[in-house]
Unconditional design. Structure first.
Length: 237
């Protein structure tokens, strides 16, 4: 089997990836399947930082529509990402690999605070590093966090897990003629308005020449396949 194409990556999992068949919260069996995939990947010698979203619990914009100030809603969203990281951390450790949650918001009773040196050290020890609480600032997303941490931690790529196996010319769920791109430059994705990530995340990726690999997490072993240059995916970069 071919060797992994990258030595250090950031995997971005949306909060929704943890809901499984439900539409809110966390489905334990799904968390365990994702943890098994991450552990199998770490065992290949790939250093893994994992940014988990919080949309399965709270999204700041949605909370603010109910009259809560947006920064408060965003803080709720960031706290949701911490819960997601903790459940994933526990599952990864149960599956036999060390893991550490590092939070961008200080919560000393819960987990260590994120800082670059600490994250690098943990990655170097082969621990899966769960990057919680997004950037620690309201008005950002966990997509932006993934690219930011990717650049900070010298990752070679951001693997964006979705429920579609790449970037298409149109929405493949609505348009039967939609075609999947194998490869695109950041510039092409922008010019074609393909919205691979939100604007801030994408701008940061383009500026730092960070490849973004969009793939579907629905199949077991998806992360490993992408890293072996196999599974269906679109490479933007
Ligand atoms: N969030 C934030 N700052 C960040 C990252 C996230 O305020 O740096 C908040 C924001 O409200 C966001 C929520 O956390 O809606 C959950 O993150 P995101 O929407 O990126 O999660 P996903 O859609 O990937 O599940």
């Amino acid at each position: 089997m071919s060797d992994p194409i990258y030595r250090r990556v950031i995997v971005k999992l949306s909060g929704e990836a943890l809901t499984g068949s439900g539409d809110f919260g966390i489905e334990q069996a799904t968390v365990e399947r994702l943890a098994a995939d991450l552990v199998a990947t770490a065992r290949l010698g790939v250093e893994l930082g994992v940014v988990v979203g919080g949309g399965n619990i709270f999204r700041g914009v949605e909370v603010s529509e109910r009259g809560v100030p947006r920064p408060v809603g965003d803080t709720m969203g960031m706290l949701a990402t911490v819960m997601n990281c903790l459940v994933l951390e526990a599952a990864i450790e149960r599956a036999g690999c060390e893991a550490r949650t590092l939070s961008a918001l200080a919560m000393p009773a819960v987990c260590e605070m994120y800082n670059r040196k600490r994250a690098m050290k943990n990655l170097g020890k082969g621990r899966v590093v769960l990057l919680a609480a997004g950037t620690g600032n309201p008005f950002f997303t966990t997509d932006t966090t993934a690219v930011l941490r990717g650049a900070e931690l010298e990752a070679q790529a951001v693997l964006k897990a979705t429920n579609v196996d790449g970037v298409y010319t149109a929405d493949p769920k609505k348009d039967p003629n939609a075609k999947r791109y194998e490869r695109l430059s950041h510039q092409e994705a922008l010019a074609k308005d393909l919205r691979v990530m939100d604007g801030a995340a994408f701008a940061l990726a383009r500026e730092n020449r960070m490849p973004i690999i969009v793939f579907s997490i629905d199949e077991k072993g998806a992360i490993e396949s992408v890293l072996r240059g196999k599974g269906r995916a679109t490479v933007v970069g």
